[in-house]
Design a protein. Sequence first.
Length: 335
Amino acid sequence: MALNEFSDPIDVVMPWVDGSDPAHRDSLLRHWPKRPWLRPAPYRYRENGELRYALRSIHFHLPWVRTIHLVTNGQVPSWLDLDHPGINLITHGDFFAEPSSLPVFSSSAIEANLHGIGRAGVADRFLLFNDDFFVGQSVPREEFITPDGRSRLHVMSARLPRFRLWADRYRHTLAFNNLLLCLAFRRRRWSYPPHVPLLMERDRLAWLNAKFGFWLRRTARHRFRQRTDGLARVLYINAVPERDRGRPDGALQVKLTCEHVIAVRDDDAFSRSLAQLLRQPPAFFCLNDEIDDDARAAVRALEMQAALGAIFPEPAPFEKARREIGLELTERSGT
């Protein structure tokens, strides 16, 4: 008999950062490597207001989720009610293996530390979200858990790239992780991670951290992304099913999926993509910011927020009322 959502809860873990926060910006620039040819990519930390709608989409379309854990460096959205039982704030210091490595500004480092997130009260099974992932339709629990209680991973048919001299930093990192997998399992090509929620299990994360311990521990200490980072998400969707080959009891089920990614760019294609999204939102979609210029990005952010507000118009119960936010701001200012 399969376990149900009460005896086998599933949580959501969502890292988030508000790059518009002056304190965060000062800390980032203070720790940024002193290399004139490098500069922070604005879209890596930009706050476009999408978090509110990402959380709404989870609340209304994944009602079987027990708790949403928002992972931050201590930042708290002003509109989020942390007293609501469905919301929990986790700071990096709550689960990082080496708190002395903080602060970090790399999602790769955060994900490399996820094997310790159980200390913060996260369920044994959890969905790893990005803050630009959205759930556009009601999705049953069975999309991630088989009838006999096994986890289901969503993967793409697309393969990780191989090394190319002219590859950008991210593709180089993907190729490096392809190499790690090749060396570990003697296979040459591995799957690319789709932009959809990833169901992770803490015991399998512990195994992954042991299998690729050197690279994940090294990545966990990196303040910023490196070309030789071990990507926990990439390693998980490939290495865990490979370990389970030939093990029918408790083995993962792998499901091929398509991703729906809308690149947030300063062009007409973005507007057309939003219009199509409004007509028929897919089960999962991602709005991926790729604009360097902050002024132009702000214009597109307003367009994006309008579309998300039309798709997810109803506030979630963990959103504070506007009047309550105003009173808090007044109290802080002392007026």
